[in-house]
Design a protein around this ligand. Sequence first.
Ligand code: FE2
Length: 161
Amino acid sequence: MLIQIQTSEVDKSEEGEVRRRLSITGQGIHTDGHEKAMLACVRRNNVTGAENQYFADLDGKHPLCQPRVLQEGDISFFTDNELYHYVSSAGPEDPTVDMARTMLLMHYPAEDVLVGAANPNNDGGTRKSEIKLREYERRVSRRGSLRDALSYPPESRTIFL
Ligand SMILES: [Fe+2]
């Protein structure tokens, strides 16, 4: 089982700075390549957006539900190999205050992730993302910090069980 804590943070803006909504996952409609998944909202401070939604297709033409905000304590379970999921862009509700959204993510199984293999039980496919997280990582190593490389850094901690 793969267990992750992911926090998206935006510092309060200085006078004259503009904050806009940005992707907090770097992904469009997608499957994570597992079979079962769970999303739990642990913290949601000063966030607007970040609505979760499920689809029957990668193009988003067949929504399975309305977009919904997971508030603190809300949990969503889904079969990752039978549908697709998405979270909308987010930003600070009040740009003069720090924003933070922390999610606990659980996926099963995780063995394939450990060795970089595809899960044979999830052939949902994928599309190329416009946001390349590995390119951000390279920028981080050049510039010294994730905050310098991203205006919207998704920080995550991963635990394999
Ligand atoms: Fe995902």
